[in-house]
Design a protein around this ligand. Structure first.
Ligand code: EMZ
Length: 385
C-alpha cells in the first residue's frame, strides 16, 4: 500500500448502522459516523454539551490528568460566544500581510534547510519545528520560545508509550503559569498580555480562564498541525505530479488545501456529553453518557462526497468537517490554513520531488476500529528544483 494513504475504517458501520461503540477508560462513547448526524449533533449544544467535566469530551478522556477547563472549546453558549468574540479577531491575524510575510520567511528557511540534508525525519525535524515556530507568530511571542516547545515533543498530553501522560502536561502547565505571571508584571504584546487586559461580559478574566485559553492554544493545534503537515509531505512524495499541477494551476491551491485536510482529518473525533436521554439516528443515548462527532468518518460519507477515498485536488463540493462544525468550529483554522498555503507555495517553488526512505505509521485504536492518523516517523529526502 502507498504510504500516504489513509484508509477509511468506518465505511461499513457508517452504511449499516451509522453509529459505533467504543470503550474509553470505562466511560463508553457512541461514535456518530454520518455527516448529517455529526452536523446535527454538533449544532445541538443544549442536548450535547461541551461544558462537561474538563477533559471528558476529549477521546481518550483527559479527566484523570487535568482539571483546568480549556476555553472556549469546553464551554457552551452563551458564554462560549462571549469568549469567541474576544478571541476571534486575534486568531484571524494570520490573514494580515505582515503575519503572512513572517510565516513565509520561517517556512522558506525551514525548507531550504531540509533541502541540504540527505535524510530528514519529517515529524520531529520538519513538522514539529514548523508548528512551533509558527505558534510564536500566533502568540506574538519571542521566536526563541519555539526551542522550548520543540523539546516537549509532538503531543502535550501524550508521550511515546503513554497515551495519557500527566507529568508531561505538568511541564506545559508550569510553563504557562510562569508566562502569565511574568506578563502580569511586565505587560507585553503577546496573547498572555492581551488576555490579562481583556474583559468578557464586562469582567476581567480569571487566572484559570487565561490558563485554559493558553492550554488549548498549545494543545489543540499541535498534533493536528503536525499530522496535517506530515501527511501532506507523504502525499506529495508519492504524487509528484500533484506538485507540478499546483505549480501550473495555482488557482486550485485553496481547494487542494481543503481536500488534503478533508482526506487526512488530523483530528479523528471530538466528544459531547448528553444532558438528557435522547437518540441519534435511532440509537438510544442515555443522559450523562458520551457521544463523539467522528469527523474522520463524516468526511468519507459517500452520500455527500463523490469518490470519498480519493484525493481530488480540485474537488468542488467539499463540506468537510475537519475543523469541526457549528459554533465550536476550530479557532485555529485560519492559522492552520495559512500554514498549509505557505507550505505548498514553498514546496512548489523549491522542491522537485520527495523520496520516502522509511516510516512508522501512527495508528489509533478506537474500539473495533484502527485508524491511521499520521506517522510516528517519516524519513524522507527532499530534492531541490
Ligand atoms: C484538546 C484538543 C482540542 C486536548 C481541538 O482539539 O486537542 C487535543 O490534542 C488535546 O489533547 O486537550 O486541546
Amino acid at each position: 500500500m502507498k504510504k500516504h494513504l489513509s484508509p477509511d475504517p468506518f465505511k461499513n458501520t457508517r452504511a449499516t448502522s451509522g453509529c459505533a461503540h467504543m470503550d474509553d477508560q470505562n466511560d463508553p462513547v457512541t461514535m456518530i459516523l454520518r455527516l448529517k448526524d455529526v452536523r446535527k449533533t454538533a449544532h445541538n449544544w443544549k442536548t450535547f454539551q461541551s461544558g462537561a467535566t474538563p477533559g471528558r469530551i476529549v477521546i481518550p478522556s483527559e479527566v484523570k490528568i487535568r482539571d483546568t477547563r480549556q476555553i472556549p472549546f469546553e464551554v457552551d453558549p452563551p458564554l462560549h460566544g462571549s469568549f469567541r468574540a474576544l478571541l476571534d479577531p486575534w486568531f484571524k491575524r494570520p490573514l494580515e500581510a505582515d503575519y503572512k510575510a513572517k510565516l513565509s520567511t520561517q517556512i522558506k528557511a525551514l525548507v531550504e534547510n531540509v533541502l541540504k540534508a540527505d535524510k530528514v525525519e519529517t515529524v520531529a525535524e520538519f513538522s514539529l519545528c514548523l508548528q512551533s515556530h509558527a505558534l510564536t507568530l500566533l502568540l506574538n511571542t519571542d521566536g526563541s520560545e519555539a526551542d522550548t516547545w520543540i523539546g516537549w515533543g509532538t503531543h502535550v498530553f501524550r508521550s511515546e508509550h503513554d497515551p495519557l501522560d500527566g507529568n508531561k502536561a505538568a511541564l506545559l502547565y508550569d510553563y504557562i503559569d510562569a508566562q502569565i505571571k511574568s506578563a502580569a508584571i511586565n505587560p507585553r504584546h503577546d496573547l498572555y498580555s492581551v488576555l490579562l487586559a481583556a474583559q468578557v461580559d464586562g469582567k476581567k478574566l480569571t487566572f484559570d480562564e487565561i490558563k485554559g485559553i493558553m492550554i488549548l492554544t498549545f494543545a489543540g493545534g499541535r498534533d493536528t498541525v503536525i499530522n496535517a503537515v506530515t501527511n501532506t509531505i507523504a502525499y506529495f512524495a508519492e504524487n509528484p505530479e500533484s506538485l507540478v499541477r499546483l505549480r501550473n494551476e495555482p488557482e486550485i491551491i485553496g481547494r487542494a488545501i481543503e481536500e488534503l485536510i478533508r482526506y487526512f482529518a488530523p483530528l479523528t473525533q471530538m466528544g459531547r456529553v448528553a444532558t438528557e436521554d435522547t437518540q441519534v439516528c435511532e440509537h438510544a443515548i442515555a443522559a450523562d453518557s458520551r457521544v463523539s462527532l467522528c469527523w474522520a468518518s463524516a468526511n468519507r460519507d459517500e452520500s455527500v462526497f463523490e469518490s470519498p477515498d480519493e484525493v481530488i485536488l480540485d474537488r468542488k463540493l467539499n463540506p468537510h468537517v475537519s475543523f469541526g462544525f457549528s459554533h465550536h468550529n476550530c479557532l485555529g483554522a485560519t492559522h492552520a490554513r495559512q500554514i498549509m498555503r505557505i507550505l505548498i507555495d514553498t514546496l512548489i517553488e523549491k522542491v522537485s520531488s520527495i523520496d520516502i526512505l522509511d516510516c512508522e505509521e501512527n495508528i489509533e485504536t478506537l474500539g473495533e476500529f484502527s485508524r491511521k492518523v499520521g506517522f510516528h516517523r517519516l524519513n524522507v529526502k527532499f530534492n531541490p528544483r
